[in-house]
Design a protein around this ligand. Structure first.
Ligand code: VGL
Ligand code: ZN
Length: 209
């Protein structure tokens, strides 16, 4: 696969808290590192996202007395899964793993910093209205084709890919460079949405050829 200057590798939320031992560990989350490092040299442009919550974020079960991680609640903007406290601003869990080596990354986009709104997508917060500014950044730079990798496949990677399509970007998921949470059928749900939205899934073998 040939990578053009209009293409960008978007590495979603590869952070200590989503890796084994972290507060919201994704099974084998650290296994995305090797494929990401193998793929990255093919890209001229790399952007990282960082889940970046204040201490008492609305997405934390601990912010809702009587609620537990992985419960769902209804907020003003719709249903919200409650998570263990994770990726708190300035903590070790919010940092990128020390093994992650992407020194050429051109932008680190932080999201989820508004106390009252979660943000799975790199483009819009969970109200599907509040913009992170990423679409404007990509457009101003002429980046039209977004390849996605990282954590978690069925949440932040998936919602970012769907929003990319909604905004008119091409969106391709590097499946081998993602790992899923898989909560209540979330993988099947997001894949059905990918098919409808025209999100492409690229398997490892295709990328290395
Ligand atoms: C994520 C749940 C909560 C993710 C972030 O990066 O997929 N999932 N915050
Ligand atoms: Zn989060």
């Amino acid at each position: 696969m040939r990578i053009a200057p209009t293409e960008v590798l978007l590495v979603i939320d590869v952070q200590n808290d989503f890796c084994p031992g972290g507060a919201l560990a994704v099974a084998a989350g650290d296994e995305v590192l090797a494929p990401i490092h193998r793929i990255a040299p093919h890209f001229e442009h790399i952007v990282l996202t960082q889940d970046w919550h204040p201490a008492h974020h609305i997405s934390f079960a601990a912010s809702h007395p009587g609620k537990h991680p992985f419960d769902s609640i209804d907020l003003a903007y719709g249903p919200q899964t409650l998570w263990p406290v994770h990726c708190v601003q300035g903590t070790h869990g919010a940092e990128f793993p020390s093994e992650l080596r992407l020194p050429r990354a051109e932008l680190i986009l932080r999201k989820g910093f508004r106390p009252q709104i979660d943000s799975y997508s790199a483009f819009f917060e969970n109200d599907h209205t509040t913009s992170t500014g990423l679409a404007g950044y990509l457009r101003e730079r002429g980046l039209t084709r977004v390849f996605l990798a990282g954590l978690a496949y069925d949440f932040c990677v998936g919602f970012s890919a769907l929003d990319a399509r909604r905004l008119g970007f091409e969106a391709l998921i590097l499946r081998e460079a993602c790992r899923a949470i898989d909560l209540h059928g979330s993988v099947a749900q997001i894949e059905a949405a990918f098919a409808k939205a025209g999100v492409a899934i690229v398997e490892g073998a295709e990328l290395s050829s």
